[in-house]
Design a protein around this ligand. Structure first.
Ligand SMILES: [Zn+2]
Length: 383
């Protein structure tokens, strides 16, 4: 892998550095935007475009919003960077061996997979904290994951900048287009996403500090769409602990398959079959990873639920708190623990209450909510 420029290889020493880095990343992208004819409106929008990353680590969305003075604001959730890096690190343990001649799917893969599944549950629940497990990987896997994580972050930002350039922030969002029916609204949203993907791809690939980075950057367009669809698994993760009849999932992005097809076809006509081939290969690899994550999440949730119930049966008065077995199970699968507490509450409410009390406060509060109320608490953040 030849990456001459260091721009994208940055490592962060602190959360705060991310904001500086975000601005540095965006500058060359904005510079790359030019039109054949002078466009005053676009120039004005680009001059006033603001980037904000919030403070909530559970926020993993990036979106382009309209400001009060009709300008564009790109909001990048504070958790997105961390999540994309976790995803890239997991992929590195699946796709790279940990030593020359070693097997692909390195021994760290099983642990990485479990950590990714846990993280999705933490991101799904309104628990204030997110437990991002620190993954141990080899220096080579680490380098690779840093490049892919940073580049995927850049791809996500390019997609949002594309929305701004296309003027999508100015179009009334859901509920503000009275003359358009629901079906048409969904269709329009999908159209806009496909357009943003296409322009986002151009911005990402044509504003790189070094043309040698194009192949990797193209791969990370695929990473970005996979990460988005993986985040949708959060809904599935919650199925047993909320009232799913109350789901009213809004469609923000078209189905991932459609996005891949358009992206790859576009890349092929613009950058040639080699780049498109790389993107297809990346898609296949990540498809496997996503499938295994889904499976792991279901299994892990079930086994944590059973282990917690067993623990409750054997030692109902074992103290909880950091470092305890209960806390370890909670880290692995908060949904599994909540499920176990729900089951216990039906059978032996006293034991359930005692065990719940040993849990962090936000978990206690969530467990105490009726099922119907839980849905509203989680949905706003996920869709
Ligand atoms: Zn979008």
């Amino acid at each position: 892998m030849i990456v001459r420029s260091v721009d994208i290889l940055f490592r962060l020493g602190s959360e705060r550095e991310l904001d500086t880095k975000l601005n540095e990343l965006v500058k060359p992208i904005l510079k790359a935007i030019h039109t054949d004819e002078p466009d005053l409106e676009l120039d004005q929008m680009l001059r006033t475009l603001r980037l904000v990353s919030g403070t909530d680590l559970r926020d993993v969305n990036a979106q382009c919003l309209r400001t009060e003075d009709s300008g564009a604001l790109i909001h990048v959730g504070r958790g997105l960077y961390k999540f994309l890096h976790l995803y890239a690190r997991c992929a590195s343990t699946r796709l790279l061996s940990d030593r020359p001649g070693g097997s692909r799917s390195s021994p760290a893969w099983a642990r990485s997979l479990a950590a990714l599944a846990s993280c999705l549950e933490w991101l799904a629940l309104p628990l204030r904290e997110v437990r991002f497990a620190a993954l141990k990987v080899t220096p080579m896997q680490d380098n690779w994951a840093t490049v892919f994580g940073n580049m995927t972050y850049r791809a996500a930002i390019c997609h949002e900048i594309a929305h701004a350039v296309l003027g999508h922030h100015a179009i009334a969002i859901d509920g503000q287009e009275p003359e358009v029916d629901e079906h048409q609204k969904i269709f329009n949203t999908r159209e806009r996403e496909i357009q943003a993907d296409e322009l986002g791809m151009r911005l990402h690939l044509e504003s790189l500090p070094d043309p040698d980075m194009r192949a990797i950057a193209a791969g990370t367009l695929i990473y970005n769409v996979h990460a988005t669809s993986l985040l949708k698994l959060r809904l599935m993760a919650l199925a047993e602990v909320v009232d799913t009849n109350r789901w009213t999932a809004r469609v923000r992005h078209p189905v991932a398959l459609e996005r891949f097809a358009f992206l790859i076809a576009n890349a092929k006509s613009r950058y040639g079959p080699e780049i498109a081939g790389l993107m297809t290969a990346t898609h296949d690899h990540l498809e496997t990873i996503d499938g295994e994550t889904r499976e792991c999440m279901v299994n892990q949730q079930g086994s944590v639920r059973d282990d917690f119930l067993e623990l409750a049966r054997l030692t109902p008065d074992a103290p909880g708190g950091p470092g305890s077995r209960q806390d370890e199970l909670l880290s692995q699968s908060p949904v599994g623990v909540i499920r176990a507490l729900d089951l216990l509450a039906a059978d032996s409410p006293m034991v359930a209450a005692q065990l719940a009390e040993a849990m962090p406060r936000p978990v206690q509060r969530f467990v105490a909510l009726p099922f119907a109320d839980r849905t509203g608490r989680v949905l706003n953040r996920i869709v």
